[in-house]
Write a protein that binds this ligand. Structure first.
Ligand SMILES: NC(=O)c1ccc[n+]([C@@H]2O[C@H](COP(=O)([O-])OP(=O)(O)OC[C@H]3O[C@@H](n4cnc5c(N)ncnc54)[C@H](O)[C@@H]3O)[C@@H](O)[C@H]2O)c1
Length: 430
């Protein structure tokens, strides 16, 4: 099938590459000329495991192309998949400017019946909104389908190719047939529903998962108070299939390009319909607390943070991605700075442009002469760090492991006071 993918970010590029891998003829369209130039030159604009290989294989086979020009991609496409950003507006609602602009361009360039599949996470009512915008620009027949995406950064290629389910939201049987053909070679549960239910499903999923993390963080904080081990509690909880093992990892809270903005949008939806949404509000409050608590604990150990050097390992919002959007690490760094600390950061992939913070090229450089080390992202290389060498590098002996990555006994043997989330502390000399 001929497929156009509009928006070539984490979702669009992975979708485009994987759809090409299924044998479709894909053209990826993005307004960011620099990104398209990179892709044409075979350079990946994002870090995502396995992505480069899939893109290159399909580019070589002529199944994937990149352009900034809608008129090269939309005419003749049976499916136009929309994967543009849907960031939060200042008031927490969804800023729809990219979706609206994409819809207008699609409308101007339709040459025959096509299915417009919304992969972006969009508010309830967007299928109708996009339909209205496209209709202003074309006489052609088309259908707009809600087709929310559930891939996770870090495992995006795998998730797209082997999804847990595909949701197709439309009342049009003609559009459903096209979407069935698009995903015919992906075997998983296919849930066909109306557009509004599909749109709400995506927000309900992300808000539920965020709430689950907030819940385990609440359990973690209580574990510290009563002397329980949150990992044992989580194992006991997760073995109940009604609860499930996933998303029961205590830490500095949820972040990234999706959960925070999607939870805010879910709240806004409730507000718009006169619902108080107390559970979602509590999940958000808990998420703020999980972050600030990391810095509170540092301050409790070090006294004032003023003038103290803190080494932060990790700035990405989770391991195996270079995405720093709404990363807990950023809040931790900013709060340390606000309280007067000097911060140096190391991340294997992620870059961030804050001039107040030295971003260095090795974890030992970040830790050099630091009073404390904060592990803020679960990168594998942090798990195996040489603790004796780290101890010699640092001025102090405090590790605040916000991801519960290290072996506590090993940290203690190397002479550290080792704090983690919801688990027993190891104190030097005690
Ligand atoms: N990142 C994830 O893990 C993930 C997972 C599931 C769903 N989503 C949702 O998918 C959507 C995209 O997320 P992302 O992380 O890929 O975003 P992103 O910011 O990485 O990519 C969006 C891309 O869209 C391009 N764009 C903006 N306006 C455009 C236009 N009018 N025409 C063509 N291109 C345009 C941007 O230049 C950018 O390259 C969001 O709604 C997000 O909530 C993201």
């Amino acid at each position: 099938m001929k497929v156009a993918v509009v928006g070539t970010g984490y979702v669009g590029l992975v979708s485009g590459a994987c759809l090409a891998d299924l044998g479709h003829e894909v053209i990826c369209i993005d307004t960011d000329a620099e990104k398209i130039a990179k892709l044409e030159a075979g350079i990946m604009p994002i870090f995502e495991q396995g992505l480069e290989e899939v893109v290159k294989r399909n580019a070589k086979a002529g199944r994937i192309r990149f352009t900034t020009d809608f008129s090269l991609g939309v005419p003749g496409a049976e499916v136009v998949s929309v994967a543009v950003g849907t960031p939060s507006a200042d008031d927490g609602s969804v800023d729809m400017k990219y979706v609206d602009a994409a819809a207008a361009e699609i409308g101007k360039n339709l040459s025959a019946y096509a299915v417009i599949a919304n992969k972006s996470t969009v508010p309830v009512g967007t299928a109708e909104r996009v339909t209205n915008i496209i209709r202003q620009h074309t006489e052609q027949e088309f259908d707009v389908v809600s087709n929310p995406e559930f891939l996770r950064e870090g495992t995006a290629v795998f998730d797209f190719s082997k999804p847990t389910r595909i949701i197709i939201g439309t009342d049009s049987e003609r559009a459903r047939e096209v979407m069935r053909k698009l995903y015919a070679h992906i075997s998983c549960q296919k849930i066909e529903t109306d557009a509004v239910s599909a749109e709400l499903t995506k927000y309900a999923c992300n808000t539920f998962l965020a709430t689950k993390i907030s819940f385990i963080n609440e359990v973690a904080h209580l574990s510290e108070a009563v002397g329980a081990d949150v990992e044992a509690v989580a194992a006991g909880m997760g073995s109940d299939p009604r609860i499930g093992k996933e998303f029961l990892k205590a830490g500095p809270g949820w972040g990234g390009g999706c959960f925070p903005k999607d939870v805010r949008a879910f709240l806004k939806l409730g507000e718009a319909h006169g619902h108080a949404m107390p559970l979602t509000n509590a999940a958000m409050a808990m998420n703020k607390l999980a972050r600030s608590r990391i810095v509170d604990r540092l301050e409790r150990e070090l006294g004032s943070l003023t003038g103290k050097k803190i080494g932060v390992l990790g700035v990405a919002f989770k391991g195996n991605t270079d995405d720093t959007r709404e990363s807990p690490a950023l809040d931790i760094i900013n709060e340390c700075l606000r309280r007067g600390a000097v911060v140096a950061v190391y991340d294997p992939q992620a870059r961030f442009g804050d001039g107040a913070v030295a971003q260095v090229d090795s974890l030992f450089e970040a830790a050099r002469d630091a009073e404390a080390l904060v592990i803020a992202t679960e990168w594998e290389e942090f798990r195996t760090l040489d603790l004796d060498k780290m101890k010699q590098t640092m001025a102090g002996d405090l590790i605040m492991d916000a991801r519960n990555l290290l072996d506590a006994d090993a940290a203690e043997r190397s002479g550290f006071t080792y704090l983690r989330v919801g688990r027993k502390e190891k104190r030097k000399g005690i």
